[in-house]
Design a protein around this ligand. Sequence first.
Ligand code: CAA
Length: 297
Amino acid sequence: MEIKKVGVLGCGLMGSGIAQVCATAGFDATVLEVEQKYLDKGFAGIEKSLAKFAERTPEKGGITAAQKREILARLKGTTNKADLADCDIVIEAIIENVEEKKKMYAALDGIVKKDAIFASNTSSISVTELLTATKRPERFIGLHFFNPVPLMKLVEVVKTIATAPAVYEAAYEFAKRLGKVPVRTSDKTGFIVNRLLVPYLLDAIRAYEEGVGSIEDIDNAMKLGCGYPMGPFTLLDFVGLDTAYYITHVMYDEFKERRFASPPLLKRMVMAGWYGRKSGRGFYDYSDPEKPVAGMF
Ligand code: CAA
């Protein structure tokens, strides 16, 4: 079960990052999008990220200009599903919508070679539900990467009750070959990271709603008191409040526990279109992205 060619579905933040790390690790990677403009945007992000790596020393994970060119040469963008036919693994990172994902898998099931592995980067949707769209349940797994993909070392490798052990091990080894640290987990909503991270982030919002501290002070407290790289509100804005809100819904629906329920403020911010960094406003105002200003609600 040798993996040589990788297909990536979606060239957004996660898809482009996944394609980048695959190409950096020496794999040929073809990214599928619905329109060329999304490929252009994603590839511009890859160029930018590789340029940052090219500025670093090799000891700090840097690459040379020649390596950058080789990595880019291994990457291909397409809007034609047939270009994924000979992939050994296909990693889906499209919109977090069950129906859209199932439609995509069903379409690709008849195109991509039968022994290829299908993987989903979903953070909250049941991998088991997704595999029902294909005729290859035993060759279906979750591979959950973290944002920003080129920097974050973790990949959650998600096993379903239908996954063949050999497929799971091949995916685990593949994650290692990407230079990541894989962890083993099973198809329980939220896997390991979101199971623990989501209640923490939601609690930060509740603490703010209850007047425990300001947004900046809560962020600083967790950053400086616990050594986290970002405080909870900075991280929420970074992940995207719409994404965080969606995840809380799926998790609350699964567990029916208050710790996964969205606080009223999060819901209102999403209703208002305040999605965090990507929309220019969330818990912070990013009018000047270099100097975000904490809000008061
Ligand atoms: N590609 C390449 N290099 C990048 C980069 C990218 N996309 N983004 C930043 N860098 C580089 C910077 O240029 C900088 O390089 P130098 O040290 O050479 O100057 C270095 O990385 C550090 O960046 P910054 O100084 O800008 O900021 P930082 O030190 O805070 O690091 C961070 C940035 C790695 C994102 C760090 O803040 C961090 O780890 N944050 C937490 C992220 C996190 O928790 N992610 C998980 C979110 S949850 C999720 O993804 C899953 C889900 O299901 C929702």
